[in-house]
Design a protein around this ligand. Sequence first.
Ligand code: ADP
Length: 199
Amino acid sequence: MRVGLTGGIGSGKSEVARRLTALGALVIDYDQLAHEVVAAGTPGLAAVVHAFGPTVLGPDGALDRAALAATVFADDGRRQTLNEIVHPLVRERAAALAAAAPADAVVVHDIPLLVENGLAPAFDAVVVVLSGTEVRVRRLVEQRGMSEPAARARMAAQASDADRLTAATHVLMNDGPLADLDSAVDALWADLRQYVAGR
Ligand code: ADP
């Protein structure tokens, strides 16, 4: 079963991914894959350097993420070029990981920009984690050390909850204690297992 998991920054998506892993899901972390495909020595990194020049490399030959971010920031064309290099490599890695899973596995694709990139139709179920704006800002400031303006800017650059809800087959509300989120994920897991058993 192919499950998409998404949620705005600070919503609790990573907590849900952790819990689903503990319950037995195979979680594929697209952020992690996006790092792996441009790791030192990869063809992906060579393509990035070819596109943007050696200034995006640090002295150790690894990608200088801050330099790359500065290069593509506020330039749609450059950002698109970067996406055209990274996205196919990530998709290829994710497909290989999913193909290696057993037939009855619940494979969860953890994708921050699932809705923004129009990927919902590719999944049997789309799980959206939702939290109120102020709760998310507080988490990002208190637990991730972001400044409040930076947290609000990141949130404003992402899809709205209304757009995420349109894509969702399952919604997890995460405004309460973590124990409540765990219970909601347990119920979700039971539902996903039932789907797999009924196929
Ligand atoms: P996301 O992956 O959606 O950006 P995280 O799952 O990393 O968000 O959550 C952001 C921060 O808030 C983390 O430090 C996480 O442990 C914390 N957090 C998430 N949900 C809750 C909750 N219900 N109660 C308290 N802290 C939470």
